[in-house]
Every structure is written in C-alpha cells, then in structure tokens.
Ligand binder design. Structure first.
Ligand code: SF4
Length: 249
C-alpha cells in the first residue's frame, strides 16, 4: 500500500463540500490523481459499475477494477465480464472465496443454507463476499463503489468521500452517490456501455443468482435482493456502516 496522508482522522468534509455538486468524472479524476495504483473500483457489474468502468477507462489506460466471484453468480454476469474485457481492454481482477471455508459451509448447511435465517445468510455472505473483500482492501489505499443514496434506506447517508472505518481506515469513494437511476441509464444509453442483460428482464439489482430475482415495474429496486428479509436487513456486509453488523456475521 502506498504512503498517503488520507488516513484515519483525516477530515473528508472539505472534499465532500467540493465534490457534492461535481461530476462523477471529477471525483474519479481526483481519486486516480491522489491514489494512483492504490485505488480500485469494486464491481459486481451492475448498472452503476459499468458506468464507472466506462468513466475510468476514459481517464486512465488500465484502471484497476476488481470483482468477487462468489461461485453463485448469474451466467449473464460472467458473459458481461468478458464483454467488458473486450470493450475496454482492462485486466479485471477476479477474486474467489477461501476454498476450505466454502467447502465447510456447503458440507454443514447444503447449497441453500442462506434461506434458513438471517444469521445463516450473513454467514454465507461473510465467506463468499465480505472476507474476500477485506482481503482485497488490505492492499489498497482507497476503493471506489457504485453506491447511490436512493438505492435503499440503508444507503441514504452515503458521502462521496469517506474514511472506511470497517476496512482499515482506507478511503471509500462513491462518485454516483447523488445520481438517480434515470441518470445512470441515460449515461449507459448515450455511451452505449455494455450492461447485464438481466436488467432487461426486470432485475434492477444483480447479485448472486439464488438471492436475486426480477421485480414488478415500480417496485423498490432492492426488493429483488433477499426478498424474504426486511429492507433494513438488505445488506451483505460489503457496505455496512454499523460495526455491530460485522460482529454479528
Ligand atoms: Fe450467499 Fe446469497 Fe450472500 Fe451470495 S448473496 S453470498 S449466495 S447469501
């Protein structure tokens, strides 16, 4: 990890005041300038992520983009990854969970233990996503996400620049925090950005195949994720603000 001064105790508020009305490209340009090779985009290849990939590719020759292959992704997501590779000529950094942890999870609970309780779902997300993310972030100074405030009640307070206290006080950057869903799709259409075909089949939010489903037009965009849980429970730990969540995992 490169030396930088944007660490614990660093006051991000001046930057947030500057960036609150700035374009996502301006925020990304600042991130690349500030962190160089030590900043990467976390991508699950949803609509926001492909917008950010397109923007980053216009700002740097080979921006760092990482993904977590949980082993339970949709085939359409794998196909999109290859289309992204071909379009932007970038080396996607794909990480997988620890083999022994996954083997133990499946041996003890089968392939659908996450439906049995919130704790069981958190256990699966921890092994397949959160632990992998923490491993990746340990080598970064900053990470970029496609989080937007209007996505869910759990995301309304997102800042464009924050110190990530759950991940070693590195910097967490959300250039699209204030964008609407319409702005995301207007960008995709205008720039002909490759996107996941599942979006055309009623999936506004795409994660693991067994935990994501299509929704009716006008329904809460996050209602297709973990549909058996309440809105307040719909996070996987990758972006949870409460430290207690991770203790509960
Ligand atoms: Fe497991 Fe579902 Fe979480 Fe994927 S989204 S890690 S399958 S519980």
């Amino acid at each position: 990890m490169a030396e930088n001064t944007l660490r614990a105790g660093w006051d991000v508020e001046p930057l947030n005041r500057t960036f609150e009305h700035s374009s996502p490209e301006a925020v990304l340009a600042w991130a690349l300038e500030s962190f160089g090779e030590d900043v990467a985009l976390a991508s699950s290849f949803g609509a926001e992520d492909v917008v950010l990939i397109d923007m980053l590719a216009g700002l740097a020759p080979n921006p760092r983009v990482f993904a977590i292959d949980t082993g339970r992704l949709h085939e359409e997501t794998y196909q999109l990854m290859d289309r992204i590779r071909e379009r932007y000529h970038i080396s996607l950094e794909v990480h997988v969970p620890e083999r022994e942890a996954v083997e133990s999870l499946v041996r003890e609970g089968g392939f659908h233990s996450f439906r049995e309780s919130l704790d069981a779902r958190h256990a699966c997300c921890k092994i397949r996503k959160v632990d992998v993310l923490q491993r990746i972030l340990a080598d970064l100074s900053a990470w970029i996400t496609g989080l937007r405030r209007e996505q869910n009640v759990t995301r309304q307070g997102i800042r464009k620049v924050a110190v990530d206290g759950l991940n070693g006080d590195i910097v967490k950057i959300a250039p699209l925090a204030d964008w609407s869903n319409e702005q995301v799709w207007e960008y995709i259409r205008r720039h002909q950005v490759p996107y996941n075909e599942l979006h055309d089949r009623g999936f506004p939010s795409i994660g693991c195949a067994p935990c994501t489903r299509a929704i009716a037009p006008g329904a809460d965009p996050r209602s297709g994720r973990w549909w058996w849980e309440t809105p307040e429970q719909k996070e996987c730990g990758l972006h949870q603000r409460s430290a207690s969540f991770q203790k509960d995992l």
